[in-house]
Design a protein around this ligand. Sequence first.
Ligand SMILES: CC(C)(COP(=O)(O)OP(=O)(O)OC[C@H]1O[C@@H](n2cnc3c(N)ncnc32)[C@H](O)[C@@H]1OP(=O)(O)O)[C@@H](O)C(=O)NCCC(=O)NCCS
Length: 166
Amino acid sequence: MRLVRPSIEWKNEHEDYMKEWDESRITPSSFNVAGHEDYETYLEALQIRESGDGKWVPSTNYFLVGYNDRILAMVDIRHDLTDYLHNVGGHIGYGVRPAERRKGYATWILAEALKKCGELGIDRVLVTCNEDNIGSAKTIEKNGGIEDKSFIEEDGTVVRRFWIES
Ligand SMILES: CC(C)(COP(=O)(O)OP(=O)(O)OC[C@H]1O[C@@H](n2cnc3c(N)ncnc32)[C@H](O)[C@@H]1OP(=O)(O)O)[C@@H](O)C(=O)NCCC(=O)NCCS
């Protein structure tokens, strides 16, 4: 398994991955190609987003790719925290392909993302999940997450917040 950066050569695999999510909102949102004219336009928008332009903080996105070049999971590493990221989003967002869940890939991609955070100089990494997301909470705890105060969104959603030393 390896981490690779989104690029044109992953177009077909990325589109195949997205189909598996059906109606559910793709996580992290940086990997949602829908709404872009074509894949090239999506990649341009991602580049702008990663550079920290406009409302975005600088970020780096990776696919987790298996031995047969199949995309298994995706991760978005946010280099800074805005108020929203401090309360809700955290430094790292990840998602695993529905057919590949419960095989340890989220645990693996979060561990790799934490190494990348270390390289970026982010020593204390904030990772969050909604209270009802048991799989994500376990993933964070398996990577050493220490729980901080939860945040309650306006609609009542409880966001659990964890810190991890990178
Ligand atoms: C949450 C998610 C990332 C977990 O991915 P995964 O690859 O299945 O997780 P792992 O296989 O690494 O499992 C980690 C731990 O969580 C447990 N787990 C995973 N999914 C679970 C679930 N739905 N219910 C209960 N436990 C679950 C695993 O059993 C494992 O614990 P164990 O080692 O004690 O058995 C995945 O379900 C997903 O992509 N969900 C949609 C997007 C999302 O919620 N992203 C996270 C945003 S905070």
